[in-house]
Design a protein around this ligand. Structure first.
Ligand SMILES: C[S@@+](CC[C@H](N)C(=O)[O-])C[C@H]1O[C@@H](n2cnc3c(N)ncnc32)[C@H](O)[C@@H]1O
Length: 224
């Protein structure tokens, strides 16, 4: 069974509140997004949003340009049905974050809870990062929640990569500045403990990105 088939099966065989990663509301994500004081027309993408209620809550808070991307058509369909008429206010993207073409310098905020950690091969992680760098505006923010080393080695029956803050910093490299991070214990509906690591990053502004890529441009550390 490939990844897409796996996730389609998950969302066609279980209710949203029965999956291990279920939370009624993504409180940490909502608090951190609120703390950013983004304008209500900021472009926000929830990568691998699944059937989570983040989009419902963002719409309720007045955000006007929310996109939800997921590999699973069934997951997106659950949320569209739940939202009813409000579904028309959301940009729906069915696709794989390692291969989908997203618009360049488009999003102000990239949100990912429990998706990056399923990319256990370096090639998948590289493609995820290429996509993040392309789609996020310079100066934009990324909030990423992954399993931390205390969490089990599998999620949804699939192997996961677990991250320390140091490993995340190495992965995102110096084009991204760490703004905040914390660990949070999630208890699955079945009672399993999963420690998450949440991090918030800011992508360097335009001139800083040029410095990073230009060998004549001096040390990027001077600017960051
Ligand atoms: C553990 S769930 C988390 C869902 C949601 N973010 C939440 O916190 O409730 C992982 C989600 O990522 C999606 N997913 C997995 N691999 C993906 C990929 N390569 N591209 C896009 N979505 C993916 C799955 O379909 C699933 O909805």
């Amino acid at each position: 069974m490939n990844q897409k088939e796996h996730w389609e099966k998950v969302y066609t065989s279980r209710q949203p509140h029965e999956v291990g990663w279920y939370e009624p509301h993504l409180r940490t994500s909502l608090t951190w997004i609120g703390d950013l004081s983004l304008p209500k027309d900021a472009r926000i993408i929830d990568v691998g949003g699944g059937a989570s209620t983040l989009v419902d809550d963002l719409l309720n808070e007045g955000y006007q340009q929310v996109a939800v991307l997921d590999l699973s058509q069934a997951a997106l369909s659950v949320v569209r049905t739940r939202l009813g008429w409000d579904a028309a206010r959301v940009m729906w993207l069915e696709g794989d974050i390692t291969s989908i073409e997203l618009p360049t310098n488009f999003f102000d905020l990239w949100h990912d809870r429990a998706v990056l950690h399923f990319l256990t091969e370096p090639d998948g992680r590289r493609k995820y990062l290429d996509c993040l760098r392309k789609a996020l505006k310079p100066g934009g923010r990324a909030i990423i929640g992954t399993f931390s080393p205390e969490a089990p080695p599998r999620c949804s029956g699939l192997p996961v990569e677990r991250y320390t803050i140091k490993a995340m910093q190495e992965l995102l490299d110096r084009e991204f500045t760490l703004e905040r991070h914390h660990k949070e214990l999630h208890i699955t509906p079945g009672g399993t403990e999963q420690m998450y690591l949440y991090c918030q990053w800011q992508r360097a502004a335009n001139h800083q990105i040029r410095q990073t890529c230009d060998p004549q441009g001096g040390s990027p550390a001077d600017d960051l």
